[in-house]
Design a protein around this ligand. Structure first.
Ligand code: SAH
Length: 344
């Protein structure tokens, strides 16, 4: 059966046509799903009983089950969801002064192999569908009763390696007839898949693009991130410049500082050279050490010095507030889990 949440409104209209229904039925269903956030077709009371039956025969609502929920001392919540095929994924809800942000997972596992990330080293299983990405938001809202205002594609997986489903999920989340989270409140983070960055520039979506840069020269970046062998820094930066020119949007760079690896003044100087003149913002993240990982956190004094150097040389940089690290919900701490995984 098909997941009813895999469709943005225009696609749902096509689906309804196939079932011999009028397109406005799609609008009604879309509103029940994303405005009223109902859990069953039976609750869609402005549809006839026959249509509700027809929907039940053809589609699932695919609501995730919560396997585990943890709450950090700072209020961050981490969910382990049963995605109903024997796999489990993690999703994080963070509370900021400007509202609630959800960090969604896009793939079951990840192929990128970044050396500092806990998602690495466990085999990749599959992409999540659009509906499975959207369902993370709905499931968390159902559980907490909060209204989520920001979405970051920074959970497990490489969003641009699951391009179509991620873009479609953004269109669903953004649709004014449904959840209606503004594109400017949605961020996609990528390890740097250059062709997809060009593709994204043509989508005409006003979301924020975040680039996981983490190093300023190819030798260091390739050591940390194998994807750099395929798309070296020069190509990545050029793609970002072209993205900015085309979209008029500011790009974010994420830079996770690891002690004595990429946190020296020399690195800061190289970073200034690399980004000078670009409409961008640098997010500095204290790297989180993973089990058996060789990278350890840079000291906060060092990170502040790094930030000050950037700011004093014309690059806007801030230090990302760390949330949820006591429940392994911070950057790079999420892992693919299976229902039989004893560590979950
Ligand atoms: N694959 C995408 C999105 C998922 S990771 C990407 O690479 O951007 C989200 C962010 O967390 C990325 O910037 C990633 O580089 C960063 N990250 C991964 N492991 C980390 C760690 N151990 N400490 C700090 N940040 C980490």
């Amino acid at each position: 059966m098909k997941n009813i949440k895999d469709y943005d409104l225009p696609q749902l209209k096509e689906e309804m046509k196939k079932l011999g229904q009028k397109p406005f039925r799609a609008e009604q269903i879309f509103q029940w799903l994303y405005r009223d956030k109902v859990s069953s077709f039976d609750e869609m009371t402005n549809l006839s009983l026959e249509l509700r039956e027809l929907l039940k025969q053809n589609y699932t609502m695919n609501e995730f089950k919560i396997i585990k929920k943890q709450e950090a001392s700072d209020g961050t919540k981490k969910y382990l969801f049963d995605v109903l095929d024997g796999n489990a994924i993690e999703t994080v809800l963070m509370s900021y002064h400007h509202g609630f942000t959800i960090c969604v997972t896009t793939q079951i596992g990840c192929k990128m192999g970044c050396k500092f990330c806990a998602s690495t080293g466990i085999p990749f299983i599959r992409n999540l569908s659009s509906g499975e990405i959207v369902e993370q938001l709905l499931a968390v809202e159902r559980d907490t009763g909060v209204r989520i205002s920001n979405v970051v594609f920074m959970g497990i997986g490489e969003p641009l390696d699951n391009y179509e489903n991620v873009i479609n999920a953004i269109r669903i989340i953004n649709n004014p007839k449904g959840i209606e989270i503004g594109a400017r409140h949605i961020s996609i983070s990528t390890s740097g898949l250059v062709p997809q960055i060009y593709r994204l520039a043509d989508e005409n979506i006003q979301c924020t693009l975040s680039i996981s840069l983490h190093a300023t020269n190819n030798k260091k970046r390739s050591e940390m991130m194998p994807v750099n062998n395929a798309y070296p820094i020069e190509e990545l930066i050029q793609a970002c410049k072209d993205y900015i020119a085309k979209t008029n949007r500011r790009v974010s760079f994420e830079y996770a500082l690891a002690k004595e690896n990429n946190d020296n003044l020399e690195d800061a100087k190289e970073l200034v050279k690399l980004l000078r003149g670009m409409n961008c913002h640098v997010n500095l993240i204290p790297i989180n050490k993973i089990e058996n990982g060789k990278y350890t956190k840079s000291s906060i004094e060092n990170i502040m010095k790094f930030r000050d150097y950037l700011n004093n040389h014309g690059i806007v940089a801030t230090i990302r507030r760390e949330l949820g690290s006591d429940i392994d919900a911070a950057c790079g701490q999420l892992r693919r889990k299976s229902l039989v995984d004893k560590s979950s």
